[in-house]
Design a protein around this ligand. Structure first.
Ligand SMILES: Cc1cc2nc3c(=O)[nH]c(=O)nc-3n(C[C@H](O)[C@H](O)[C@H](O)COP(=O)(O)O)c2cc1C
Length: 346
């Protein structure tokens, strides 16, 4: 553990190029989850300095654009919604990435273009030689980043990595230097290798070590932060300039506001009441159904509803019921049963 006693407290806002990320707490990109509806819910609670989309396949974007004149569903909301907003893209071809980056910067005017070098899923690594697969090819990473930086300027480009591909090949220090030399404006590190997937604990000592390999750009640590206290501890004990939260915010979008209060030294706001959580989930449901229609929206909402129920009494029972809902009435009935009006948080 590296103590950082000499660093300012509370941690100052993070700078990504010209963008000021305040507070320095970021909402992570999560495929299948961090769409515009979810981001709206996060934004409503506040406390996240920068929000991110799901990862978008750059090659798919180009193909759709050229063949159907449509843009990926994963860019839903991106053109209109509040800023700051990062869009994450993935591929292994520098030209394709640059082409898409230019569109995102000029046409969509996003705040940040983030590159996924961390995805461990087979379709991305083995089939497309992208995501975390690229950690074994720092020269290609350099080409992708530097071309994208040139295409997007002045919009900043950032990179999100894991510690390495495998536990035998942890090369995040070298990769961090390459990322900075190529012109990226920030580096986010999930403290596991691709081989680890989500097992074990994130290795924050390794994340912390990376700081000494960066000259100017901020280091954002990611992995297992699921409480305001852990966010404070991450800043206090490790050399990070920012933190990113993923899984824990899915059922607790108010976590950012709690973490931000804790960083300021204010009392941590309590979890919303059961009634407020119910309203949050129903509001989320309405946003999803407005976009996707009742049938698709209800099915899509099942997984979010399970996240909201996580850790609560009767969560298993709720999950088994909500997993079968297909209509608005079904959804409200299951919610009424498990999130009754006037109930207290367990
Ligand atoms: C369902 C799911 C989808 C994810 N999708 C992405 C993604 O699209 N891009 C990305 O860089 N990381 C993705 N991740 C990884 C997270 O951003 C994050 O690095 C990881 O979950 C560790 O953080 P946590 O412990 O706070 O969850 C995903 C994680 C989950 C659980």
């Amino acid at each position: 553990m590296s103590s950082s006693d000499s660093r300012p407290w509370p941690p100052p806002p993070l700078r990504i190029g010209d963008l000021v990320v305040d507070p320095p707490i970021l909402q992570a990109p999560m495929a299948g989850f961090t769409n515009a509806a979810f981001r709206q819910v996060v934004r409503d609670y506040g406390g996240a300095g920068l929000l991110a989309t799901e990862m978008v396949n750059a090659r798919g974007f180009v193909w759709l654009d050229e063949n159907t004149a449509e843009h990926p569903d994963r860019l839903w909301g991106v053109a209109e919604e509040a800023r700051p907003l990062a869009v994450q893209i993935w591929d292994n071809d520098p030209d394709t990435m640059a082409k898409v980056g230019l569109r995102l910067a000029e046409e969509y005017q996003v705040s940040v273009v983030d590159i996924n070098f961390g995805c461990p899923v087979r379709q991305v690594t083995q089939k497309a030689h992208s995501g975390s697969y690229l950690l074994r090819e720092p020269e290609r990473m350099f080409k992708i980043i530097s071309q994208l930086v040139k295409a997007c300027a002045p919009t900043p480009v950032t990179a999100k990595i894991r510690l390495g591909c495998t536990r035998d090949n942890v090369n995040c220090n070298e990769v961090a230097r390459v990322v900075e030399e190529a012109g990226a404006a920030a580096l986010t590190v999930h403290g596991r290798t691709a081989q680890d997937m989500f097992t074990g604990n994130a290795d924050w000592d390794r994340i912390s070590e990376i700081k000494s390999h960066l000259r100017n750009i901020p280091l954002i640590g990611n992995g297992d932060l699921d409480s305001a206290e852990k966010v404070v501890a991450a800043f206090k004990n490790y050399n990070v300039d920012g933190v990113m939260i993923a899984r824990a915010c899915l059922g607790r979008p108010w976590l950012f506001a709690q973490a931000a209060a804790a960083l300021r030294g204010d009392p941590i706001p309590p979890d919303p009441t059961m009634q407020q959580q119910r309203e949050c989930m129903l509001n989320h449901y309405r946003l999803v159904v407005d976009r996707f229609g009742e049938e698709k929206g209800t099915v899509l909402m099942r997984k979010y509803a399970c996240c909201y129920a996580q850790g609560k009494r009767g969560a298993r029972h709720f999950r088994s019921h909500v997993a079968k809902v297909t209509t608005r009435d079904d959804f409200y009935r299951v919610v009424d049963e498990h999130f009754p009006i006037n109930a207290q948080v367990d």
